[in-house]
Structures are given as C-alpha cells and as structure tokens.
Design a protein around this ligand. Sequence first.
Ligand SMILES: Nc1ncnc2c1ncn2[C@@H]1O[C@H](COP(=O)(O)OP(=O)(O)O)[C@@H](O)[C@H]1O
Ligand SMILES: [Mg+2]
Length: 241
Amino acid sequence: MSSLLEVRDLQVAYGQIEAVQGVDFDVPAGEIRTLVGANGAGKSTTLLALSGLVKPKSGSIRFDGVELTKLKTHQIVERGLVQVAEGRAILTTLTVRENLELGAYRRNRGRKDRAAIASDMERVIALFPRLHDRIDALAGNLSGGEQQMLAIGRALLAKPRLLLLDEPSMGLAPIMVQDIFKKLREINLEGLTIFLVEQNVRLALKIAQHGYVLENGKIVLDGSGAALLNDPKVLAAYMGG
Ligand SMILES: Nc1ncnc2c1ncn2[C@@H]1O[C@H](COP(=O)(O)OP(=O)(O)O)[C@@H](O)[C@H]1O
Ligand SMILES: [Mg+2]
C-alpha cells in the first residue's frame, strides 16, 4: 500500500553545500513519523523541500499520489501539507486570534467556509486552553511555549492532512515541551498524520511509530521509535551513552 507521503532520492544543495544527499522516507496516513539528527544534518532543508520553499536538485516527493516538486508552496498548502516553521514565525504585532485567523485565510471563500473555520477555531482553542486565556493578547507578549502552541494552532486552522513540524521543542522549558508533545499525540489520535523533525532525539522517538536518523544529509538508520530508542548506535550518538 502506498503512503500518504513518499520521498525518493531527494537531493538538495545550496551551491556547493550538498545539504540533503539522496534521502528516502515514507509517512503513512495516521502515523507520527520523525526525522531526527544533529544540528546541520539537513532536517530543515528536507522540510523546506517538502513545502516547496527550496527547490530539490533531484528526486521525487509524492503526496497522496501527486508529485509536489513542480508545485508552488501555496498549491502544496492547499493540498493539505502544512508546515509549522522552525522559530515559530508568528506575527508578533497581531493578536492571538488574528494569528489563528491567518491560518485559515485560504479556506475563507464564503459563508459556509466561515462556519467551518469558526468551529475549527473552537477546537484549537479547546486543545490549547492557554490560547483561550490570551486570545486578545498580542502574540509578541506570549511566552515561547505559548507562541509554539499558537504556531501549531495556526497550522491546524489551515486544515492539514499532513502536519510538518520543525523542532517544536527548540528553546522551550522541559515541562512546556512535554505539554506540547502531549498535544501532538492528541492531535494524532484524532486522525491527523504528523511528520516531526527534531534534535531532541529521545522525545521524538518516544512519540513516533517510526523514525529516520539523518547524518550529513543521509539517512543512516531507520526503524520503529522503540527499536531506535534502544539502538546502541543511537544511544551513543544522540543520548550521551
Ligand atoms: N540557506 C542556506 N544557504 C547555505 N547553506 C545552508 C542554508 N541553509 C542550510 N545550509 C546548510 O545546509 C546544511 C543543512 O542545514 P539544515 O537543513 O538547516 O540542518 P538542520 O535543520 O538539520 O540543522 C548545513 O550544512 C547548513 O549549514
Ligand atoms: Mg533545522
């Protein structure tokens, strides 16, 4: 059976720098899969290629059977592949509500759409009660963890079929990270497929059914999250022994 996302021999270069060197992976519908690796391994570049934000040198990216490498970013988003960008990229001078509404703006074509968006807005706010409490606050005044929740909420309002996340744990206190990962699991249990990129190898492999380990632009190991968590090579390289 074919996966929702199928990436084959993906290569991306920045001039002479071969950031991604022939990567293959799959994301089946309903799963959480993760791509883990150290800083500079090529994780963000891989995600940027999926969203059409960098142009691959070669390879194929098929999403629900459709080749994405020829499509523009907005067409990819409209097909349901939505990214929560690294560094969160929320609009700090807008309110929480305005940021959430921006996530849905491409869906907003009429009265029926607005009703669906309003109901999705309710769900996102129920998922993240902290956003409910701060709905009229300027996004720039939120804590780092709240900003990450807002970025995820905004992506959910675009109605993804596959949610891509680039290091949601970055820069957050451990307790906040736990909270956000718990929410990701909840979202997945409600049926959303997730592809998560992380430097926090332990956490990512704990939440994911299947993981891929990226080193210098190549996948060097892949297996179930549980198997990789106990793999001596993974333990030695990424978990301090
Ligand atoms: N815009 C860019 N221009 C040139 N080199 C880049 C650019 N972005 C990333 N790189 C390089 O590509 C490699 C992979 O980077 P990146 O995909 O950001 O890795 P990761 O997300 O795993 O930390 C690194 O060597 C990085 O320095
Ligand atoms: Mg990165």
